[in-house]
Design a protein around this ligand. Structure first.
Ligand SMILES: Cc1ncc(COP(=O)(O)O)c(C=O)c1O
Length: 499
């Protein structure tokens, strides 16, 4: 492709994106396609001869767009938000435009150094402990990873390595291979499934501990689990607590969990993938009481902070725990105090190479400012509260648990079966998209304010759609076959958050 063609292609693509967002309300949130419809539209083989970019964009409009779920529709209320902003799209474009790969400092100095700058800015914006700032004294710092799942795995591997080093320091004769099989990871039964996946990937015994009536992992429960495992000769090694569980956005009490982990020398990691962004607002910082006990903390600007996927920021108290685990060549001097301001980031992560993701973050922070992010959080929490007040006004529905951040869970008083039918009915209508969670053995529908474009009128529109669904389901309840799902194809079925 010639540069002049690129200019036209790129400008047209930008126009398409701009129009897509301007007209986002005109589309149903869910596409009207069945599995494999899209594959059938595509040729069996790649084109032999080059095609024109104009034809390609026509295909994009006619074939791709009708087969996507519109995550930024104001009626998208599923999962958690996925970050996007027009500013961040430009950041992604510039990042791709430069086409660089940062693996060492010299491979692109700005790629490393801008990351050091923006993750330090973020640590201050969220009010995290000073030792997480790369630019502060000490071995702590932040790094951009691809996902919270990766960050949780990276810290699991580092926790395992640290525990082994400490055990070897007191007994050189230990059988490393045998000891490693005794390490245990603990998390709550409400944590994201990525934590359990880390346990599988890191070959560690995993305990999903029971939460209390608010979906929180209590210190007492953790302590008992440690004691139980120790009595069997197992070794507590890694705890993942949540600030904002995926199902109901519960916050684990770190002031209870932290001292127990510290006493046992167990690595404590916080998964704040979605809700971490809320700490830009000082009024939410009481929820991070006990943060000083934490070894690592991850949150995803690619969820609630307007940054396009992927951008997950991981903070560690001691970067040498990562380096000692991943620097298999022994490149780094572990006494180098400059490592946090001049990091060889490839030893803080799994891949060798890395994208210039800091560019997106930098652009978003500059274009929106910290106040822009605070406004987004506050506006969306207010919208969720508005929705909750509408639900509370309808005696056929009950909210459970109490709303947290932008997550409002509700169910029909008439029972779980009809609540499930309500969700299926609504999803089949394609005007609104929500998923379910199980809370205290009840099937609840999660309504999350996700799109940055959602206004109070949009929430009212979603509420009207839900009320129509409630009317329909309650007036047709006798017709539902108690075994057969309303959904015609289970591939379209809804994810249910962990029981
Ligand atoms: C609390 C929590 N942790 C982790 C994840 C996984 O995030 P990622 O896709 O960045 O791995 C999610 C996804 O929604 C989540 O809600």
């Amino acid at each position: 492709m010639e540069t002049e063609q690129f200019r036209q292609f790129g400008k047209t693509a930008i126009d398409i994106i701009a129009d897509y967002y301007i007209n986002i309300r005109e589309r149903d949130v869910l596409p009207s396609v069945l599995p494999e419809d899209f594959i059938r539209l595509m040729p069996e083989n790649a084109p032999e001869s080059p095609e024109k970019w104009q034809e390609l964009l026509e295909d994009f409009q006619k074939k791709v767009i009708p087969a996507i779920t519109h995550w930024h529709s104001p009626q998208f209320h599923s999962y958690f938000p996925v970050g996007v902003s027009l500013a961040s799209i430009v950041g992604s474009l510039l990042c791709s435009g430069l086409g660089i790969k940062g693996s060492t400092w010299i491979s692109s100095p700005a790629c490393t150094e801008l990351e050091v700058v923006v993750v330090s800015w973020l640590a201050k914006m969220l009010g995290l402990p000073e030792y997480f700032q790369n630019t502060a004294a000490g071995p702590g710092g932040g790094v951009i990873q691809g996902s919270a799942s990766e960050s949780t795995l990276v810290c699991l591997l580092a926790a395992k390595h640290r525990m082994l080093r400490e055990m070897k320091a007191s007994n050189k004769e230990i059988d490393e291979d045998r000891i490693k099989t005794k390490f245990v990871i603990y998390t709550s039964d409400q944590s994201n499934s990525s934590v359990e996946k880390s346990g599988v990937l890191g070959s560690m015994i995993t305990r999903l501990l029971k939460t209390d009536n608010n979906g929180q992992l209590r210190g007492e429960t953790l302590k008992k689990a440690f004691e139980n495992d120790k009595s069997k000769g197992l070794i507590p090694c890694y705890v993942v607590a949540s600030y904002g569980t995926t199902g109901t956005c519960a916050f684990d009490p770190i002031d209870e969990i932290g001292p127990i982990c510290r006493e046992e020398g167990v690595w404590l990691h916080i998964d704040a993938a979605y809700a971490g962004t809320a700490f830009v607002c000082p009024e939410y910082r009481h929820l991070m009481k006990g943060i000083e006990y934490v070894d690592s903390f991850v949150f995803n600007p690619h969820k609630w902070m307007l940054v396009n996927y992927d951008c997950s920021v991981l903070y560690v108290k001691d970067c040498f725990d990562l380096i000692k685990t991943f620097d298999v060549k022994g490149d780094i001097d572990v006494n180098d105090e400059k490592e946090t301001v001049f990091p060889q980031y490839r030893y803080w992560q799994i891949p060798c190479s890395r994208r210039f993701r800091a560019l997106k973050l930098w652009i978003v922070l500059k274009i929106y400012g910290a106040s822009g992010v605070r406004d987004l959080v506050r506006t969306q929490v207010n919208l969720a509260n508005h929705f909750a007040s509408l639900v509370r006004g309808d005696s056929r529905l009950v909210i459970e648990p109490e709303p947290s951040m932008t997550v409002v869970c509700f169910r029909l008083r008439k029972g779980d079966f009809l609540t499930e039918k309500l969700l299926e009915y609504l999803v089949n209508q394609k005007k609104i998209f929500m998923v379910a969670a199980i809370f205290r053995n009840h099937y609840v529908i999660r309504m999350v304010i996700c799109s940055q474009f959602t206004t109070k009128d949009d929430v009212d529109r979603s509420w009207n759609t839900i009320q129509d669904g409630v009317n329909y389901v309650l007036s047709h309840s006798h017709r539902f076959n108690h075994r057969k799902s309303l959904l015609t194809n289970r591939r379209l079925s809804l994810d249910i958050e962990r029981v």
